[in-house]
Design a protein around this ligand. Sequence first.
Ligand code: IVH
Length: 698
Amino acid sequence: MTDALHATPLADQAEYAQAVRVAVDAAAAYYGAGDSALDDDAYDRLVRGIEAYETAHPEHVLPGSPTGKVAGGAVTGDVPHTVPMLSLDNVFSAEDLAGWAAGLERRLGRPVEMWSVEPKLDGLAVSARYHGGRLVQLVTRGDGVAGEDVSHAIGTVEGLPEALPEPVTVEIRGEVLMTAAQFEEACAKRTAHDGTTFANPRSAAAGTLRAKDRPYRCEMTFFGYGALPLPPDDDGDLAGRLRELPHSRIMDLVADLGVQTTGATPVGVIAVATVEQVQARVEEIAAVRAELPFGIDGIVVKADLAADQEQAGFSSRAPRWAIAYKLPAVEKVTKLVGVEWNVGRTGVIAPRAVLEPVRLDGSVVTYATLHNPADITRRGLMLGDHVTVYKAGDVIPRVEAPVVHLRTGAERMITFPDACPRCGGDIDTTQQRWRCARGRACHAVASVSYAVGRDQLDIEGLGETRIVQLVDAGLIADFADLFTLTREQILGLDRMGETSTDNLLAAIERAKAKPLNKVFCALGVRGTGRSMSRRIARHFGSMDAIRAADAEALQAVDGIGPEKAAAVVEELAELAPLIDRLVAAGVTMTEPGATAPGATGAGGATETDAGQPAVDLPLTGMAVVVTGAMTGPLEALSRTEMNELIERAGGKASSSVSARTSLLVAGEKAGSKRSKAESLGVRIATPEEFAATVHDFI
Ligand code: IVH
């Protein structure tokens, strides 16, 4: 593809002036609140159209034109950058990339010896200034010449330590973003606070980085992609190395100082020798994009060697030695054709947008989250609106905002239900999230199906059809009722013979012996999935201890902040009658191997701050990743079971390899995680070796 195919052609001077206005507004919205109504593709096309027109009609160029300016000229700040923070030029295809590389090599008069390839992170550029090993200032990119001081965010950005192990003076440049998990957490906090939500992880990070007095705190993540000497008292020795080392080695040096770099992302920074290898690496990264725990909007290709970079130099806008290979936008405009109201297993009535299908990040999106009724009103959404929709990586597709200037007048109001769409009963509208007044009982089939699922009570023979029969017959209203079912009651159901009845009763009996973490997970308390339920069960040891915990005590569990803690306390109070019936039925209410907080006595473990027993378990303090097919004693274990095993043995299970990974268990057909671990020097074990280490816990 060539640039011309991407550009929006402009017919005359009036269209050119209009295009400049739209682009300037969009850039201001994007770099300001982070909520541009134009998606990236449309913006790029527009700017290229403007450039083409300006080349043909240099006499018409408007002073406000966004071309040739960093950030479209949208932002200014008051902290001057030591060296301008530039932008990157873009390519969109293998052909474009080869053309750019050939151009660079022509300029240098020799082949580029080494290229480095890394993800283009979709966040905000910041400069982190370290003096004598202490992080003293954080500055946004702003207009590239001067940025905004956001030092108040120091301490809330993972990967950007406040102190380095050595008293060095250096400026680290990189991207601040929210991972999918941090974004979900931030949205939950904001919703609990004022019922609104963030449009996408990028604008959440932009807003959070600037916010000075929010009553809640959201975490962000930093990945560095460059380092510079920091005048006036720059570190002579380090400055010399930064001027001489290849980019990929500088990333290692920065990582050694304890600052997270693009090298610590699951795709890392890889140095290769030829443009064909660069293209192959680009394709590998693009293929795993949807699985990354954060959004990327492209891949950055850099001439790796300092000498090549120095000779290539810079244009007014971007370095000539680097290029962004853009990937398709993860934010697009489509049409909102309907709104469905679904009742979840906790009785929450959630609106869901029905969209004209649109391709985003490797999949076709037809439905997207619409949060809650108040949020629909606040954003002024209407049926038939063009809306921006975002989906990247793990993030659930979401409607961001209506594109108001595309309205035709044919749009209609969205009607809100006045009765529960499932049971026709009353709706509790006192909270931002609407809920059926019958709560969990409204959608008993969904909550029971969840409770008996494989990762919770694992009751075989209890599929959805059976549960519907039991609910319709009035035999169960929740999963606690399962434990008091009689043989006659089950036999009385349609198509239920003696053998299947006995099998089902035996499976229900077996479920009583499940450890507390499974029973707790079965309750379906919001925000407590499998892994969180394991942490809670291990931390408290018994259901009594969990029920006795107040919000403060719950926050001692890793990953529970004030909002989640309060929600858990509230939901547990609501579930009290159900839990009482589980206790009465003889369901297990303790976690094997866990010691309740504060408990002492024979062999009693003391608790660390993170709520982990401070005993010497084989994986204590270790972050473990599993990849490939398991063999030997671990052959039959699912990924969930492997993760449970890791946590039982004191470790933390994680899904991606980074510099912080302590061990990779690599089975047969292990792919990119294995090569990533090898390049980072992470220890690798076979399933058999790992099984030997944790054999007491299998
Ligand atoms: S290198 C002189 N590497 O993309 C500019 N930039 O569109 C060198 N970005 O302003 C930038 N990931 O904020 C570089 N791995 C990466 C990046 C990256 C994201 C951002 C950066 C830059 C913008 C340009």
